[in-house]
Design a protein around this ligand. Structure first.
Ligand SMILES: NC(=O)C1=CN([C@@H]2O[C@H](COP(=O)(O)OP(=O)(O)OC[C@H]3O[C@@H](n4cnc5c(N)ncnc54)[C@H](OP(=O)(O)O)[C@@H]3O)[C@@H](O)[C@H]2O)C=CC1
Ligand SMILES: CC(C)(CO)C(=O)C(=O)O
Length: 325
């Protein structure tokens, strides 16, 4: 009797929402695996790791505890995936040209597209592709790498800040859909923050990504190196203030204290090779447009120039093209 009550309580508490993970890499593989481990119904889209993962599953090496999923629902073809309640966009933004082929058949009517990528403007692209769904953006404070096929190494952090998307990034407040997704993620042990204004959240995340991702590639440096030299630390700080100016051009105020917090946070971080630096070293396309181009264009639309970010952008465009010729 006690067992029956316990099981029925567990079943009633467990989410029935199904999730599709588009891109089973460092981020999608990590969060997707945690959701599956918590008992949710997860479907993973893969490319080069498909054969391996469909036979052997996923290995998660994490500072919070290692685990293995010996069996996962793996796909290499979107047409074979079931429609899901929540579609998590976890590709690199450089692959977002594929979203029009992926999203419409995959997301259920009244479902959710959860964009977990870095940068700005992806939710606007998603809104052009699918109607009758809720779009939610997530800012992931995560240090994770894919180290081999189906093998993810979670180094640090992991919190996701989620905010709802409405046309032109008008604040949505906290919606029921956001609460439901947050409950699922929390049930998987993922720390979650809900924000009322996604655009402000995205600009705040750029306070970190613009200086560190950009300078790590241009100066061939890790975060600790950028912070330990007086000139690069100054440059990081100046870029952060320029991101705040970009945010202000969109009517979103980032306080100076937030910039100080990001500088302190990075000094305390374990030495880190940013994801853009890893992409550069591996000769993969860089997420230049989502992280630099879109914010620059948003500010330009409000007649605000961001000269230092523009200078970083031009250099990254050069390097991005050069590594691929
Ligand atoms: N890693 C992190 O700690 C953090 C990442 N982010 C952001 O998250 C996003 C994802 O980054 P991350 O997980 O690091 O990147 P990864 O490159 O590790 O993961 C992306 C995955 O997408 C797969 N993929 C690419 N094209 C296709 C396709 N056509 N079909 C199926 N799968 C495909 C790749 O497979 P294959 O390898 O076979 O090409 C890869 O495994 C980025 O926007 C990044 O900036 C944000 C915060 C932290
Ligand atoms: C800031 C960091 C490294 C982890 O908090 C991150 O989220 C990123 O690489 O985008």
């Amino acid at each position: 009797m006690i067992i029956y009550i316990k099981i029925s309580f567990f079943v009633s508490k467990m989410s029935k929402r199904s999730y599709a993970i588009l891109g089973t890499g460092a981020l999608g593989g990590f969060y997707g695996a945690k959701l599956q481990k918590a008992g949710l119904d997860i479907h993973f889209l893969l490319k080069s790791d498909y054969e391996y993962v469909s036979k052997s599953g996923l290995v998660i090496e994490s500072k919070d505890g290692d685990f293995t999923l010996t069996q996962v629902n793996a796909y290499n073809d979107i047409e074979k995936m079931p429609q899901c309640d929540v579609v998590v966009v976890a590709l690199k933004t450089t692959q977002n040209h594929l979203l029009p082929q992926m999203l419409p058949s995959l997301v259920r009517d009244n479902g959710v597209v959860l964009v977990l990528q870095n940068g700005l403007g992806v939710e606007e692209e998603v809104a052009k592709i699918v109607g009758n769904v809720s779009i939610i953006g997530g800012l992931c404070f995560l240090c994770s790498n894919k180290v081999a096929a189906g093998h993810i190494r979670h180094l640090d952090y992991g919190q996701i800040t989620i905010g709802g998307y409405a046309s032109s990034y008008n604040p949505t407040g906290i919606t029921d859909k956001m609460r439901q997704i947050a409950d699922d993620l929390k049930s998987a042990g993922i720390s979650i923050e809900l924000v009322e204004d996604l655009l402000l959240g995205r600009w705040k995340k750029l306070v970190w990504n613009i200086p560190y991702n950009g300078l790590s590639v241009i100066l061939n440096a890790r975060t600790d190196e950028l912070m330990s030299y007086v000139h690069t630390r100054k440059l990081v700080e100046q870029l952060m203030y320029e991101v705040a100016a970009g945010s202000k051009s969109c009517g979103r105020i980032i306080p100076d204290s937030f910039i100080q917090t990001m500088l302190d946070y990075t000094v305390k971080m374990k030495p880190y090779r940013t994801s853009m630096k890893i992409d550069y070293d591996e000769r993969r396309p860089l997420e230049v447009e989502a992280i630099f181009g879109n914010p620059l264009r948003k500010a330009q639309a409000a007649d605000v120039n961001l000269p230092q970010i523009s200078c970083i952008y031009q250099q990254l465009k050069f390097l991005d093209e050069k590594i691929r010729v």
